[in-house]
Design a protein around this ligand. Sequence first.
Ligand code: ATP
Ligand code: ZN
Length: 286
Amino acid sequence: MDTILRLAIQKSGRLSEDSIKLINECGIEFSNGGGKLKSTSTNFPVEFLFLRDDDIPGYVSDGVADIGIIGENVSVETQKKVNTVHRLGFSKCRLSIGVPKDFHYEGPQSLTGKKIATSYPNILNDFLHEHNIHATIHEISGSVEIAPGIGLADAICDIVSSGSTLISNGLKEVETVFRSEAILIANENLSAAKNKILHDLLFRIDAVKRAKNTKYILLNAPNESIDKIIALLPGVKSPTIMPLAKEGWSSLHSVVKENEFWQVIESLKAHGAEGILVIPIEKIIQ
Ligand code: ATP
Ligand code: ZN
């Protein structure tokens, strides 16, 4: 039987949509309808397992799954032995300390002797240890932010994105403990055949990621400005220059980093660039 790589992704939640989007952008097709637990791709040697996110690091370290997409926060917290093979750049969030808004916070030492509620006891413990703080960690599995209000804890350590949940519970964010994003993890003992499939997958992920911050640019400019325009666009290498039917004008085609483009747009126009088109690129193979 041909080798197949088992990829664990979150069944439903804050990681699922972007995980599936990434897989699709890599040209890998599969069906995940009907609440199925498993699905096999029709055009790439990978089988998907749809799981609760908390179970993914354990399954990958045990070899039930070969690779998985997971929040770095969960991967670090579970302390399972896995390889982090890629940072994926989505599901960004942070784990922060929150205290009641009238708490007089002057730094980590203000947590000395306090009781802190969290679903991330290991990450919190590392933070306290690093700052030499002795505090009590109270582990709870959900609704951490209500703990101070009901007298269960003096502070919390929880995932924050906008901070509005903290505010609506009368808390303020005082310390960032950990910054997280989605990562691709792999079993430490993948066979050579599985590593080869992983390598092919990473190649595709890289091509998609590279394309995301690079755009295809087309513009028209008077011939005498073409050199200056190329110099203005540092990302532009070996552009294609074609004469326009309009005498003394050329069309320039190239690729450019999106952020670099926004920095020079006004100067481009000042040098006479017209009809500027910036077009998304789907994939860049290098
Ligand atoms: P499951 O049912 O699979 O156990 P869950 O409720 O534990 O799901 P989610 O809320 O779906 O988990 O969050 C999954 C991961 O997404 C988190 O571990 C974190 O890495 C990331 N995440 C959490 N909150 C946010 C947020 N507000 N914005 C972006 N990413 C987030
Ligand atoms: Zn979970």
